[in-house]
Design a binder for this molecule. Structure first.
Ligand SMILES: [Zn+2]
Length: 399
């Protein structure tokens, strides 16, 4: 049972009447309804399906079932076979899809006009669209040139018309892409710019697309994949990008367009500060080591700290073992984590790796390293002193 496709002739038809010619129960509460005519566009050609209502019941999706017609998947009360129903399309969704889809026709032709780069595939995603183009040397500048041409075509507000032609007639025409089907062809003509076979829904004039913006691009499987937004999506994306940029700018108490410069400056300052902190820490570790060395008993130093991270413990340990005959067993309560660093001078004895493994068992944690330097830690912070004492006992028993 074929369905007359009203959207072929009028992409702006929102309301229509039709007769129910077939019904199939899908799953419980969902029914596939076939009508003698429909304005609902079913999923296809990279364009998602329309949604809307049939006699007030929700149409959640439409599926193209070929010669069997268009299936309207209705949630809830379905109309009876033979009944006359009133269909209504969700216009904002249709307009959005037409803007993306028509925008794609224009952008694809812009890449052909400028770079002879054909489009291989197209998808309307949740918030943006993707096209894959045979563009071999993509740069942002090259892509922006195509986007600019596309926008000029949009703002020239050119007419978009539908031509129904025979295959013989089509063979005489310069089509942007080969027809995917046989028999009579439906061509979409953008006045003086693009001619391509397509069964989708399109704007009446290019101006309805509003504008096109490229969000990003990447190389993908030998093609260039471009993420773009058209019409309302371009505005939505602008608002989002503007909000992000203004929030970043507010952190620097500056204007939106000056924020990148301030951010770059801060990153540089941050790097410089880190370099200075590292140098100061080394100095401090040296001074601290000198003091700690006076507490060494038989060459062994044990010390527990609060709020020192592993990096800082290691710096101190390295400073300590520059002196000969030293074993340093250092511990820290670093917030919720117990940390240990064991180290020895080159001429001292003891296997720091083995000690660390034993000590970490008490901490419910793990650790290890080399015979002369090991680190570890665990969650059982209560056992930190016990772990340190255990390591000290093992060390004394060995020597
Ligand atoms: Zn199309």
């Amino acid at each position: 049972m074929s369905t007359e496709r009203l959207y072929y002739n009028d992409s702006h038809l929102i309301e229509f009447e039709a007769r129910v010619v077939d019904l199939t129960d899908r799953v419980s509460g969902w029914t596939a309804v076939v009508l003698d005519r429909t304005a609902f566009y079913p999923t296809g050609g990279g364009q998602p399906s329309d949604t809307g209502t049939l006699n007030g019941s929700r149409v959640v999706e439409c599926i193209d079932d070929g010669d069997n017609g268009v299936l309207h998947v209705v949630q809830g009360l379905a109309p009876a076979r033979g009944a006359t129903v009133r269909g209504r399309i969700d216009w904002s969704r249709r307009l959005d899809h037409m803007q993306q889809h028509t925008g794609q026709h224009i952008l694809s032709q812009a890449f052909i006009t400028l770079f002879n780069a054909p489009t291989r595939s197209f998808r309307v995603l949740e918030a943006s669209c993707q096209i894959d183009i045979e563009l071999h040397n993509p740069t942002t500048e090259i892509i922006e040139r195509a986007v600019e041409l596309a926008n000029n075509v949009i703002w020239e507000d050119r007419a978009i018309t539908i031509l129904n032609v025979t295959p013989d007639q089509a063979a005489q025409l310069a089509l942007r892409k080969e027809p995917a089907r046989e028999g009579e062809l439906r061509l979409i003509e953008i006045e003086g710019f693009d001619l391509t076979p397509c069964g989708g829904t399109h704007a009446y004039r290019t101006g309805e697309v509003g504008m096109i913006a490229a969000r990003s691009w990447e190389r993908a499987k030998g093609l260039t994949r471009i993420e773009f937004v058209a019409g309302i999506r371009a505005l939505t994306d602008y608002r989002k990008a503007n909000k992000s940029a203004r929030e970043v700018a507010a952190l620097f108490s500056t204007g939106r367009d000056d924020a990148p410069q301030y951010a770059a400056q801060m990153v540089e300052e941050h790097k410089e500060q880190n370099r200075r902190i590292r140098a100061l820490e080394e100095n401090a570790a040296g001074a601290e080591a000198e003091k700690l060395l006076t507490t060494a008993s038989n060459g062994i130093i044990t010390q527990t700290f609060d709020d020192r991270d592993a990096e800082s413990l290691k710096k101190l340990a390295y400073a300590l073992i520059t002196s000969p005959g030293i074993v340093a067993l250092l511990a820290s309560r670093d917030k919720d984590t117990a940390r240990l660093v064991f180290a020895r001078s080159a001429d001292a004895s003891g296997d720091m790796n083995a000690l660390m493994r034993e000590a970490c068992v008490l901490l419910d944690g793990r650790g290890g390293g080399r015979p002369d330097m090991a680190q570890g830690g665990g969650k059982n912070i209560e056992q930190l002193n016990a772990a340190l004492t255990h390591a000290l006992t093992l060390l004394n028993n060995d020597s």
